[in-house]
Write a protein that binds this ligand. Structure first.
Ligand SMILES: Nc1ncnc2c1ncn2[C@@H]1O[C@H](COP(=O)(O)OP(=O)(O)O)[C@@H](O)[C@H]1O
Ligand SMILES: Cc1ncc(COP(=O)(O)O)c(N)n1
Length: 267
């Protein structure tokens, strides 16, 4: 049988192509993973911010998930924007029992500062979804929301990664330092070891969709059979190249470039 690596994203959209489902599918395609998508919300947004959002109905989200799960095998899946408790609950119901690595990008606020999930759903995400994950990839703010602790130093990030695994039950935690002052350092705690992924900070404001692209790249590498630390290391190279060669398009914070790995020959 012709088994192709495949991955599914369950997320919101970005008609301007930089974040959300659009970023995920571009990333899957670049990494030779057959990409599939379940839309949770349709978001009117661009490089300057979010103008509006409309959420899919719970039956429609479940139906989309049913359509994919009943038909095509995949080796990894990720979630992005899950706007409210009802949507989180629908996703939890459909993915429970799947023996496939779940990578969660706990999307809460966009780079432009717009809140994408309801306040009261944060607790639900922590309690019900986190324990289902193989990996969660919070940025600094999302880490603070999950742990309830302020993050000021790299040591705080490391501590939080461990807490998210041991206290909140995530399979592994990748705390991302894109919003810290110095280098772009991320810490992965996989339940046993702490891994550090560090690169120079690239001087750019084109970071729209970095979190989406990064978690999609991790899912793609996992779908190819890479174990977590290796999948994250490769995805870190991919996102760094994508930021370095990001597009200065639009009036605001431009999108990352998913084909940059071809320019930099990220293997
Ligand atoms: N200016 C930058 N230069 C290099 N790497 C960056 C930069 N900004 C973010 N990153 C990296 O991009 C990835 C996404 O991180 P982050 O921006 O923290 O997440 P999010 O997009 O979810 O807010 C991380 O690996 C982070 O270290
Ligand atoms: C539908 C959707 N999902 C996620 C993000 C986060 O994007 P970023 O990685 O820039 O924080 C977004 N802007 N839109």
């Amino acid at each position: 049988m012709n088994q192709v690596p495949a991955a599914l994203t369950i997320a919101g959209t970005d008609p301007s192509g930089g974040a959300g489902v659009q970023a995920d599918l571009k990333t899957f395609q670049e990494l030779k993973t057959y990409g599939m998508s379940v839309i949770t919300s349709v978001v009117a947004q661009n490089t300057t911010g979010v103008q509006d959002a409309e959420h899919m109905s719970v039956p429609m989200i479940k139906q989309q998930l049913g359509s994919v799960i009943s038909d095509i095998p995949f080796q990894a899946f990720k979630t992005g924007m899950l706007a409210n408790i009802e949507i989180m609950d629908a996703v939890a119901e459909k993915i429970s029992g799947l023996d496939i690595p779940y990578i969660m990008d706990p999307v809460m606020v966009t780079t432009s500062g717009h809140t994408l999930i309801a306040e009261d759903s944060r607790a639900y995400l922590r309690k019900n979804l986190l324990p289902m994950t193989a990996l969660v990839t919070p940025n600094i703010l999302e880490t603070e929301v999950i742990t309830g602790e302020t993050i000021k130093t790299p040591e705080d990030m490391q501590q939080a990664a461990k807490q998210i695994v041991h206290q909140f039950g995530a399979g592994a935690a990748l705390v991302k330092g894109g919003h810290m002052a110095d280098e772009a350092v991320d810490f992965l705690y996989d339940g046993e070891k702490l891994h550090t992924f560090s690169t120079e900070r690239i001087d750019t404001t084109n970071t729209h969709g970095t979190g989406c692209t990064y978690s999609a790249a991790i899912a793609a590498y996992v779908s190819h059979g890479y174990k977590l630390p290796d999948a994250v290391r490769k995805a870190k190279d991919f996102i760094t190249a994508a930021i370095r060669h990001s597009f200065s398009v639009g009036q605001g914070s431009g999108p990352t470039n998913q084909w940059a790995h071809r320019i930099e020959r990220v293997k």
